[in-house]
Design a binder for this molecule. Structure first.
Ligand code: SAH
Length: 205
């Protein structure tokens, strides 16, 4: 309850997003010594030198993505799996990819334990998207690229939305929302954020 109150005070007002976040306990996604800090609004370290995002940022990104029950969603950057689990409560189907197979394996174990059967996780370089499953209604990228990757723009459905951080990894980045129209793309800057970089190729573990 206190967790939800904190989210509301940070601008997450969409009740569907708040309900989804209420249904997914963050603690199983934060392992080891940081598990007791799962309910604090801060990013925390996970395996492979990566981070689970701050809950209020997860909420704001999910809200900006405007997901509906009919949507097929791609998430690039599975990490802990926390964001994908929340998306699974709002979407028809969620595809989530990470370049580290260990993270994908651990996230999938959590999805199985929570019975989140509409998530498909895969080890892949997500900057190329998932051509076999395209087009997507919604795409969420949780690692920062300098520009929106071309293959992801190409895999958006007309009317689709993509939310992603852009900018150099050691600087403050901007969270942007891209909307695809019949004739092109609209770009909207939402807020400054800080994410780990989108890295090419697969990880070593
Ligand atoms: N959404 C996550 C947090 C992601 S942290 C959560 O809810 O916990 C960013 C993730 O992006 C890291 O796990 C990193 O391995 C992954 N990543 C970075 N570059 C990538 C790429 N090219 N393809 C797929 N995943 C990538």
């Amino acid at each position: 309850m206190q967790f939800l109150f904190a989210l509301r005070s940070k601008g997450i007002t969409d009740t569907r997003v708040l309900t989804a976040m209420e249904q997914i306990d963050r603690a199983p996604f934060v392992k080891g010594i940081f598990a007791d800090r799962a309910y604090e609004d801060m990013p925390l370290p996970i395996a492979c030198g990566q981070t689970i995002s701050q809950p209020s940022v997860v909420g704001l990104m999910t809200q900006a993505l405007d997901v509906s029950r009919r949507d097929k969603v791609l998430e690039v950057g599975t990490g802990s799996g926390y964001q994908a689990a929340i998306l699974s409560k709002l979407a028809r189907r969620v595809y989530t990819v990470d370049r580290h197979k260990r993270l994908v394996r651990e996230a999938q174990a959590n999805f199985d334990a929570l019975d989140l059967a509409n998530i498909t996780s895969m080890t892949a370089d997500g900057s190329f998207g998932l051509p076999d499953q395209a087009p997507f209604d919604r795409i969420l990228v949780t690692a920062a690229a300098e520009d929106p990757p071309g293959p992801l723009l190409a895999q958006m459905r007309i009317g689709g939305i993509m939310v992603l951080p852009v900018g150099q990894s050691d600087h403050v980045q901007s969270l942007i929302r891209v909307t695809r129209h019949e004739t092109g793309f609209d770009y909207e800057e939402l807020r400054p954020v800080r994410f780990v970089p989108l890295v090419e190729g697969l990880g070593s573990e």
